[in-house]
Design a binder for this molecule. Structure first.
Ligand code: DON
Length: 567
C-alpha cells in the first residue's frame, strides 16, 4: 500500500512538472551580462555571487568551484548537493585540458537484479525513490580533489561564506515555492514527516539551514574525511540503514573521485572538449556534431525543417549507440576511437535522406568489427587568470530520492536509476540501456551530463553545460550550433527554442508553444512524430562566451532563476 501511495505521488509529481512546463516564459534580453575579467553563471544568484567574491579575493576557478558548488547545495536543494555527484571539465590558462569524475557509485551490496521482482520485472519506484535508490555520493570528494590539485585559497576561507549563507538563510524564489508545493506530499511520504522545505514555505521567506551549516563547518575544518569516515559518514550510514538503504561505511571509505581524459574533437574551426565516460555526454556530442558537419545547416537556417531533420537523424543514431556501448570505463571496454572515427560516422549517416525519416525500430547500434561485447544543475566559471571550469552536478531526479537527512541538512541522490535495471526497459528519462550499463558493486552508472569547454584558434571560446536528463546532450549541441552556425549572442543561444530526439521513443520532443505550427505540421507530414507533452525538456543552460575584445558574455537560462555575476 505504501508503495502504491509513493508511486501515485511520483506520477502526480511528473504530471505537475509537465503542467508547469506549459507555462513557457519568454526570453527578455538579447545579450547576457558582460564583464571584462571573470564570471560565474549558475542556477542561483547567491551561488554566482559567492563564487565571484572568491575570485575577487584572488582565488582561482577551482576555489570558486568549491564555493559555488556548496552554495548551490544551500540555496538550490533541487539539484545542488552534498548527497549527489557530478563531472567537471577544465581548461587552464596554458591551454591544458582535463576532466574530473565525481559520479556516484553502486554500493558493494548492489546486485544486477536489485530492482527486479521475482518474475524479472522492474519494480516501479525502487530505483528512484527512498534509501534503496541512493548511490554513494561523490560531490565532497570531487570538490576536494579539484582543490587539492589546483586550488589556491585555504578551504576554511572558501567555505566560510557558504556556512554564513546557510546560517543566515537565503530567500525563496517564486519558482522554488512552486516546487516545494509540488513535491510536498512526496517529501512527507518518503521522510514520514515534514522536512525543512515544505508547502508552508512562501516566496520571499528566508530559509536557514542550520544543520547544513554545521555539516559544512565540520567538513571545512576536518576535510573530506569528515564526509567519508567521520561523524557525518557515521550519521549518514545509520540514517540510511534505518530507512532500508544498503550503503555502508566501507562504501563511503572506498569512494574516490577520478581524473579522466576528456573527449576532444574538432568541428569546423572550433575544438570541443567534453566529458568522457562514465558520462555519455562527450562521445554522443562528438558523434552528433561529426555526423552533421558535412551538411550546410547554416544555409538551411536555425530550426528550419531541413536543419531539424539532419540534427534529429544524427541524434537518433548517437543515442542508439549510447544505449549499447556506453557504461563505466572501469568495468566495460568502450570502443571510443571507433565510435568517433570519420569512417564509422560517415557510414552511420549513409542512409540519411531528406525524404524519409529513419524508423528507430529499424535502427540499432552501429556494428563495430571485432567488438565484444530529475535534477541536475550546471555552472560555468572563467577566472581573471584565464582558467575555465565547466561543472554539471546532480542528485538525478528533482531532490534526488526525496530522502532528506534532517540532522545533516541535505537530500540524497537517486542515481541508481541511471543504471539499466533491465536491458530494454527505459529509466525515468526514457533511456534504454544494455549490459554495458548493468548494475555491479562499485560501478558508476552511465550519465548524460555534458560539461563542455570550446577553444577557437587556440584560445578559450565558450564554457557551457546544462541539466535535463537525456536532453542534456542535445541542448548543449543546439547552444553551440546557435552561436557557431546561426550567429547568436550567448544569451540568445541559451534562450532559443529547443527540440530533442533520443532514438527511442521515436519522436521529436519540442519545447511547448515555441515552434511554429506550420513547421510542426511539415515535420509530422514528413513522418516525424512530435511530442510537446511529457516529459518536458528541463535543460537550463548556463554558459560563458569570450567575445572578440576578450570580454565575457553570460548566457544564463531564462527558464530558471539562473544568474550571472562577475567583474
Ligand atoms: O547523469 C545523468 O545523466 C542524470 N542523472 C541527469 C539528471 C538530470 O539532468 C535531471 N535534470 N533535469
Amino acid at each position: 500500500m505504501k508503495k502504491l501511495i509513493l508511486f501515485s505521488l511520483f506520477c502526480i509529481t511528473l504530471i505537475s512538472c509537465n503542467e508547469n512546463s506549459k507555462k513557457q516564459t519568454q526570453p527578455k534580453t538579447q545579450r547576457g551580462l558582460i564583464t571584462s575579467k571573470a564570471m560565474v553563471v549558475s542556477a542561483r544568484a547567491e551561488a554566482s555571487k559567492i563564487g565571484t567574491d572568491i575570485l575577487k579575493k584572488g582565488g582561482n576557478a577551482f576555489d570558486a568551484m568549491m564555493a559555488t558548488e556548496m552554495a548551490l547545495a544551500v540555496t538550490y536543494p533541487y539539484a545542488g548537493n552534498l548527497g549527489g555527484g557530478g563531472f567537471m571539465v577544465y581548461r587552464l590558462n596554458d591551454g591544458t585540458f582535463g576532466a574530473l569524475d565525481y559520479r556516484e557509485k553502486a554500493p558493494l551490496a548492489a546486485t544486477k537484479n536489485m530492482y527486479l521482482d521475482e518474475e524479472g520485472n522492474v519494480i516501479k519506484d525502487k530505483s528512484t525513490v527512498g534509501a534503496f535508490a541512493v548511490g554513494i555520493p561523490g560531490t565532497v570528494a570531487g570538490i576536494f580533489a579539484a582543490h587539492e590539485k589546483f586550488g589556491s585559497l585555504p578551504i576554511t576561507e572558501i567555505l566560510q561564506p557558504v556556512i554564513d549563507l546557510a546560517n543566515n538563510g537565503f530567500v525563496i524564489t517564486e519558482k522554488q515555492q512552486q516546487r516545494f508545493t509540488e513535491y510536498d506530499s512526496i517529501f512527507n511520504a518518503v521522510n514520514e514527516k515534514e522536512i525543512l522545505f515544505s508547502k508552508h514555505t512562501k516566496a520571499n521567506d528566508t530559509i536557514k539551514n542550520l544543520k547544513l551549516a554545521e555539516t559544512l563547518k565540520r567538513i571545512a575544518s576536518k576535510g573530506k574525511e569528515e564526509f567519508y569516515k567521520g561523524e557525518t559518514a557515521k550519521h549518514l550510514v545509520d540514517f540510511l540503514s534505518q530507512k532500508g538503504g544498503i550503503i555502508t561505511l566501507e562504501d563511503l571509505e572506498l569512494y574516490e573521485a577520478k581524473w579522466r581524459d576528456p573527449i576532444a574533437f574538432n568541428y569546423k574551426d572550433i575544438k570541443v572538449v567534453s566529458m568522457s565516460p562514465p558520462s555519455s555526454g562527450g562521445i554522443c556530442l562528438a558523434q552528433i556534431m561529426k555526423m552533421i558537419e558535412p551538411f550546410d545547416i547554416q544555409q538551411y537556417g536555425h530550426n528550419s525543417l531541413k536543419a531539424i531533420k539532419v540534427i534529429v537523424e544524427a541524434e537518433r543514431r548517437a543515442y542508439a549507440d549510447r544505449s549499447f556501448y556506453l557504461g563505466d570505463p572501469d568495468f566495460v571496454d568502450i570502443p571510443t576511437n571507433h565510435l568517433l572515427s570519420d569512417v564509422y560516422l560517415q557510414e552511420r549517416m549513409s542512409d540519411f535522406s531528406f525524404k524519409n525519416p529513419t524508423i528507430s525500430d529499424s535502427l540499432s547500434y552501429g556494428i563495430i568489427p571485432g567488438y565484444e561485447s530529475d535534477q541536475t544543475t550546471h555552472y560555468s566559471i572563467v577566472d581573471q587568470f584565464g582558467n575555465a571550469v565547466s561543472v554539471t552536478t546532480t542528485l538525478n531526479g528533482a531532490y534526488g530520492s526525496k530522502l532528506y537527512v534532517d540532522e545533516l541538512g541535505f537530500f540524497l541522490n537517486n542515481e541508481m536509476d541511471d543504471f539499466s535495471s533491465k536491458p530494454g526497459v527505459p529509466n525515468v528519462y526514457g533511456l534504454i540501456g544494455a549490459e554495458a550499463n548493468s548494475i555491479a558493486p562499485q560501478k558508476r552508472m552511465l550519465s548524460a551530463m555534458t560539461p563542455t569547454i570550446i577553444e577557437k584558434e587556440g584560445e578559450l571560446h565558450m564554457v557551457l553545460g546544462t541539466p535535463g536528463g537525456s536532453t542534456i546532450i542535445t541542448s548543449v549541441l543546439q547552444t553551440i550550433l546557435n552561436v557557431e552556425e546561426f550567429g547568436m549572442t550567448m544569451q540568445q543561444a541559451v534562450d532559443a527554442p529547443r527540440f530533442h530526439h533520443q532514438w527511442l521513443p521515436d519522436e521529436i520532443r519540442m519545447e511547448v508553444n515555441r515552434f511554429p505550427d506550420e513547421l510542426k505540421q511539415q515535420l509530422q507530414k514528413s513522418g516525424y512524430p512530435i511530442n510537446e507533452e511529457a516529459p518536458p525538456i528541463t535543460a537550463r543552460v548556463d554558459a560563458i562566451l569570450v567575445l572578440d575584445d576578450g570580454s565575457l558574455e553570460a548566457g544564463a537560462d531564462h527558464r530558471g532563476d539562473d544568474t550571472a555575476d562577475g567583474f
